[in-house]
Design a protein around this ligand. Structure first.
Ligand code: FES
Length: 155
């Protein structure tokens, strides 16, 4: 493990050192600063908190809000919940996949977009819905979803 990462994680997790019950909070803190939680970071977290690395890995892979891969500049969360799905989220997903050249969980080659699927964004009345970063976009069509991405690309 690179010494720099180990030291950085130890520094970030000083308040949680030796406190296994704080694992989730500790992971949030590290991800908030480093952006994602690759294996070497998970091992460093395990060492600082005093929990088995396998337990850290289980938690990271169980919760959808933890990431093991770097994310793009913009994170797209497309709702694949029932209300959105019956109103065409599948076709929107196809358009986003094609536009970005990635599948769910992937980041576009230009590093601009990460595409994620979520269960429900709590805006079912606007179905189908996606969020890009903190912005909510409702009543999507495949064409509108593409236009939104193109607009963001242009900055
Ligand atoms: S099912 Fe999509 S916002 Fe609720």
């Amino acid at each position: 493990m690179p010494a720099g990462i180990e030291a950085r994680v130890a520094e970030l997790l000083q308040p949680y050192a030796g406190r296994p019950s704080e694992l989730i909070q500790a992971l949030h803190r590290v991800q908030g600063v480093l952006g994602h939680l690759p294996l070497e970071v998970q091992k460093a977290v395990a060492r600082v908190l005093g929990v088995p690395p396998s337990q850290v890995h289980e938690v990271v892979t169980f919760y959808h809000f933890f990431r093991t891969q770097p994310v793009g500049k913009h994170v797209i969360r497309l709702c694949l919940g029932t209300a959105c799905y019956v109103r065409g989220a599948g076709r929107v997903l196809d358009a986003l996949r094609e536009e970005l050249g990635v599948d769910l969980g992937g980041t576009s080659a230009d590093g601009l977009f990460t595409l994620e699927g979520v269960r429900c964004l709590g805006a079912c009345g606007l179905a189908p819905v996606m969020m890009v970063d903190e912005e909510v976009y409702g009543r999507l069509t495949p064409g509108r979803a593409r236009d939104i991405l193109r607009g963001l690309r242009r900055g």
